[in-house]
Design a binder for this molecule. Structure first.
Ligand SMILES: Cc1ncc(COP(=O)(O)O)c(C=O)c1O
Length: 388
């Protein structure tokens, strides 16, 4: 069999490699604490589960949905209005996605041709690059450096590159580096995009997971944003619905229309009971979001404060469900450190190099276990002697 050349550049993802390391350890009868993949383990609120289960009992809900129900479009617009103060036309400026990953991996097919240039963050969430690569686009990476507060410096992008770029993917609060961009960044971003005629895709998966009084809004609340781009949003972390696959692309109607057209050739829409669950989440009581935020904040404190106490120095992340930490001395290679941490302490994390070359020297720890397990991870790391 001969497979496509396109796939030659895709190696088994780092998460498959980590999963293999995990299986090897389990098969050897050893325990581990997994802080690698960002799978949220905080369940959805009861009213969301009720909406889902009630609608699964209705036999008429098993047809192809084909498109979004009006109720779902209105719920997404309602949420953007009440949460961010952003007005959205529910008919033309919203499309549901089978998880935001669906949109992020496919949208390049609508706006790029092979050889077109796409700007992505480094370190960055892998699908931001994988989607454009699937479409045959070329990538230019925008480093996120500690000295810039882990925010892309648009002024560093060479004129020639900016003039050639078709679109750029930006995401704050950022996975993996956890930074929040200030309003001045978004104002500069819209002006930059207009100057060079670049489409902006902003991924806002973590706007509800901010700590210490930090808050985040939407890219679309900045003047001119809808002229240049769209925002991706996800119910996976905000409402604990990761497995239900619910996300949205919202904003510029031309881009939304192109994405809807592409999707109409790819899938038959979101299962109607899942649409009902999304409506319940977006329009129902919001205390569950606050509870989720508080739970992650407590986990963050347990892990980061604990690791600082035993001598692994790192900052408390201002947002997201991740911790981004420099690997302790004398280590210099994040993958080797990750392997040794698993071997010696039984704690699985993700090497920073998995997110791009600027991630080398760092690791990402996901807050996907309860406080007790995180405290246990700290104890295991301390006892392993890896920090000594
Ligand atoms: C930054 C970011 N964007 C998008 C996603 C994908 O989310 P979804 O479950 O909506 O596909 C994730 C998942 O971890 C993420 O971290």
């Amino acid at each position: 069999m001969v497979f496509s050349e396109r796939m030659d550049s895709f190696k088994p993802g780092i998460f498959s490699v980590l999963a293999a390391m995990k299986m090897e350890r389990i098969n050897a009868g050893k325990e581990l604490i997994d802080l690698s993949v960002g799978t949220p383990n905080i369940p959805p609120a009861q009213h969301i589960i009720d909406a889902l289960t009630e609608s699964t009992r209705d036999k008429s809900n098993y047809i192809y949905a084909i498109s979004d129900t009006e109720e779902l479009q209105n719920a997404a617009a309602y949420w953007y209005e009440t949460r961010y103060g952003v007005e959205i036309d529910p008919k033309t400026e919203v499309t549901s996605l089978l998880g935001s990953q669906d949109g992020l991996s496919h949208i390049a097919l609508t706006v790029t041709d092979p050889g077109d240039l796409v700007l992505v963050q480094d370190p960055g969430y892998p699908v931001f690059s994988d989607g454009p690569r699937l479409a045959g686009a070329e990538l230019y990476t925008m480093p996120q450096k500690r000295e810039n507060g882990y925010i892309v410096n648009l002024k560093d992008i060479p004129e020639k590159i900016a003039a050639k770029a078709k679109f750029m993917v930006i995401s704050y609060p950022n996975n993996p580096v956890t930074s929040i961009a200030p309003p001045s960044f978004y104002i500069e971003l819209v002006a930059f995009a207009k100057k060079y005629d670049i489409i902006v895709l902003h991924d806002n998966a973590y706007s509800e997971l901010t700590y210490d009084g930090n808050t985040c809004g939407s890219f679309l609340q900045y003047e001119g944003a809808k002229d240049v781009g769209v925002e991706f949003n996800s119910l996976s972390k905000t409402y604990g619905l990761a497995g239900a696959r619910i996300g949205f692309a919202i904003g510029n109607s031309e881009i939304i229309s192109a994405l809807k057209l592409l999707k109409s050739n790819m899938d038959y829409g979101m299962f109607i009971p899942v649409q009902k669950a999304a409506v319940a989440a977006l329009t129902g009581p919001q205390d569950c979001v606050k509870e989720t935020r508080l739970a992650y904040e407590k986990r963050r404190n347990a892990l980061v404060d604990g690791l600082n106490r035993i001598g692994w120095k790192m900052d408390r992340p201002p947002a997201t469900m991740f911790v981004w930490a420099k690997i302790p001395e004398p280590f210099s290679n994040s993958e080797l450190f990750t392997k040794e941490l698993l071997d010696k302490a039984g704690v699985l994390i993700t090497p920073g190099s998995a997110f791009g070359p600027s991630g080398e020297g760092y690791v990402r720890l996901a807050l996907v276990q309860g406080e007790e397990a995180l405290q246990e991870a700290v104890r295991l790391i301390d006892e392993s002697g890896i920090l000594k």
